[in-house]
Design a protein. Structure first.
Lengths: 183, 482
């Protein structure tokens, strides 16, 4: 949360931190920098009356980490129903050989076109911290490998999501945020 | 260079077999067509399709699926799996498949292969040659053919074969990278053959390595479906007292080398993957000083950082995280009050909680005991038991110091790292003892996911960049920044 604010400050972006549905509904762009678990995030969204507001957004939405995960139908983390903007269920990494959570810098292979990729090289590294992943789907525009290929960047209409933390990913991360701001 | 991503088909689905066993398979949620379209969007031109039903039963169950992949993408497609007759070859080629892969037929029925080449053209026929311990094995052919690669290839040349897909079985699925020298030899000895490399090829520099020896086509299979491109991390640690770095430094160009923010920015520019701030302030205004520092660091850098030292309560953690730290590291308190750790994990999530542990070897034994209070007090707790307990409490990662090696510059305690990594399924950071470049490598080889150092960076013995290039040259997956 604080990190995203700092990153936006470094980019000289005007923003407001809010959980007010009306403010969100009238924003020109929305960033959802989720942290913690999908279950808690969905609970908060429901109780604040944000679910329908987010689903019916027509302005660009960027979900970071949990903010991306809640765009899918369900998460096995807490067996929770999510927003269903995208098809699929978040599942825990299924590997005996790899450390969970995935923590650190991994590469993103572009698998589509996106305004988010402007001035970013294919296979650039971003910072990941997570235990649950989204399978590949038709809206996957970035693929990352960690025991399995998974969706690291997703884009459907005005909805964007990154499984990694652009606000913690050095210069490439700042560039991605800037690309979203300028989209 | 053409990279050919692989798709294994069974009953019209994308699958992966474990150790080649049909009863142990992973079925992917993506349909073969969706997978093919994804590969197309990733920028690949070719697809390598193995028809497992064909390989098993000698008859394809997947003709419709293959046809759809050919028709619904612009990808060029090669298909293999139990192709043993001219009719099957013709059937695939008529579907729009570009090349068919020939296995056992090359040994069992060379005259048929010759006829196929004459009828359909040499560019449509790829012979698969598996190499194991210097001998050719033929896919779908259990026995060792007894042929050396040279003899086999000469035979193939005589039949008119122009393209050979060579798999090094010892590398297949091992994620060790391809056997580049094998392909180099083949390319030198048989330059007229179009070689396709397979077995162990990943997306991380392997393709470039093959290209450098003149190989222009490579199949990527397991590395995509089961591999990882996660980098090993290089972490710099800064000791802080009263909001200032403790040691002097050799960073002469810095205006104020005692300012942690200046140093943090400098390390970020050098490409460090993470930073750890270890606070040794003992005064009562400790928390305010730390919170202020964390805020200023968080404003200045855009990489993750951990704050440790003096975390005594949920409120301490909260103020560090709210100020912009990504994680806190907890040492003595984790030993004294392990239930506090469970509470912290529950409150802030695993990813925010790092356990720092300072063990010392029990003299004359291969075991270590956990010390607290800056190494002054032996708790008598066995390191491995402690790590298992912390892991069960779902902490995010372990930062493993060593009282024996700290400050010596003689290398990490690799035996301890090995013992720890054997029981850990969460990330492990090696700390204490890095003094030479090879120490970082040794720490990672011993099972660490990240290597931490303080004084070698602080006093400028190495830059972070030097460590990273050293590791990258030794085939460690590392993030290199411009």
């Amino acid at each position: 949360m604080r990190s995203v604010q700092n990153a936006l400050d470094r980019l000289n972006v005007d923003y407001e931190v809010t959980n007010d549905p009306e403010v969100v509904a009238n924003a020109s762009k929305v960033i959802f920098p989720g942290q913690g678990a999908a279950g808690q995030a969905m609970q908060a969204i429901e109780s604040l009356g944000l679910a329908d507001v987010i689903k019916s957004l027509t302005v660009p939405y960027l979900g970071i980490c949990i903010g991306m995960q809640i765009l899918f139908e369900k998460s096995e983390e807490g067996m929770v129903e999510c927003l269903g903007v995208l098809p699929g269920t978040l599942k825990r990494f299924n590997s005996k050989d790899l450390k969970i959570p995935q923590m650190g810098w991994n590469k993103v292979k572009f698998s589509g076109k996106s305004v988010l990729f402007k001035n970013i090289e294919d296979m650039a590294s971003f910072y990941f911290v997570h235990s649950y992943v989204a399978d590949l789907c038709d809206s996957t525009v970035g693929v990352t490998l960690y025991g399995q290929p998974f969706t690291s960047i997703v884009q459907k209409d005005n909805f964007y999501g990154s499984q990694f933390h652009p606000e913690k990913s050095g210069d490439v991360g700042s560039q991605l945020l800037l690309n979203f701001i300028e989209s | 260079m053409s990279v050919l991503p692989a798709i294994d088909l069974m009953n019209g689905q994308c699958v992966r077999l474990q150790q080649g066993r049909y009863d142990r398979q992973t079925i992917y949620g993506q349909t073969p067509i969706q997978m093919a379209q994804l590969f197309e969007r990733m920028g690949y031109d070719w697809l390598h399709v193995i028809d497992l039903d064909g390989a098993r039963a000698g008859e394809s169950q997947n003709l419709k699926t293959i046809e759809a992949m050919v028709k619904q993408t612009a990808l060029r497609v090669q298909v293999g799996g139990g192709i043993r007759s001219l009719e099957t070859i013709e059937q695939f080629l008529e579907l729009g498949v570009d090349r068919v892969l020939i296995g056992s037929m090359a040994v069992c029925a060379p005259e048929l292969l010759k006829e196929a080449i004459e009828r359909f053209g040499p560019e449509r026929i790829v012979v698969c040659m598996d190499v194991k311990e210097g001998k050719v094995r033929i896919s779908g052919w259990e026995e060792d053919s007894g042929l050396s690669p040279n003899v086999f290839i000469e035979n193939m040349l005589a039949l008119g074969v122009t393209t050979i897909l060579c798999t090094d079985i010892s590398r297949d699925g091992m994620m060790l990278g391809p056997n580049v020298s094998l392909y180099q030899d083949l390319k030198i000895k048989f330059p007229t053959i179009e070689w396709i490399a397979a077995g162990g090829v990943g997306l991380n520099g392997d393709v470039e390595a093959l290209e450098s020896v003149g190989i222009t086509q490579a199949v990527v299979g397991k590395a995509f479906y089961e591999g990882s491109l996660l980098s090993k991390r290089v972490i710099a640690c800064l000791d802080i007292k009263d909001g200032r770095t403790v040691k002097g430094t050799n960073f002469v160009e810095l205006k104020d080398a005692g300012d942690p923010v200046e140093l943090a920015k400098r390390y970020e520019q050098e490409g460090v993957d993470e930073l750890v701030f270890l606070d040794i302030t003992a005064t009562s205004d400790r928390r305010e000083l730390m919170t202020d520092l964390v805020s200023r660091v968080a404003e200045a850098i855009s990489i993750p950082f951990t704050v440790g030292g003096g975390i005594r309560s949920i409120d301490d953690i909260k103020s560090a995280l709210l100020a912009g730290a990504d994680k806190v590291s907890i040492e003595s308190l984790a030993v004294i009050d392990p239930d506090f750790i469970s509470e912290a994990v529950n409150f802030f999530g695993s990813q925010a909680i790092v356990i720092s542990v300072s063990p010392k070897r029990v003299e004359g034994a291969d075991r270590w005991e956990v010390y607290i209070k800056g190494g002054r007090e032996n708790t008598g707790i066995d390191l491995i038991d402690f790590l298992k307990d912390m892991q069960a409490r779902e902490v995010g990662e372990i930062l493993l110091n060593s009282i024996d090696e700290d400050g010596k510059g003689e290398g990490y305690d690799v035996e301890m790292l090995r013992a720890a990594s054997e029981v850990l399924t969460i990330p492990l950071i090696a700390s204490s003892g890095a003094g030479e470049l090879e120490h970082f490598y040794d720490g990672l080889q011993a099972g660490a996911d990240a290597v931490l150092a303080a004084s070698v960076f602080h006093y400028g013995k190495f830059s972070v960049g030097m460590v990273k290039h050293y590791l990258q040259d030794r085939n460690i997956s590392i993030r290199i920044t411009q």
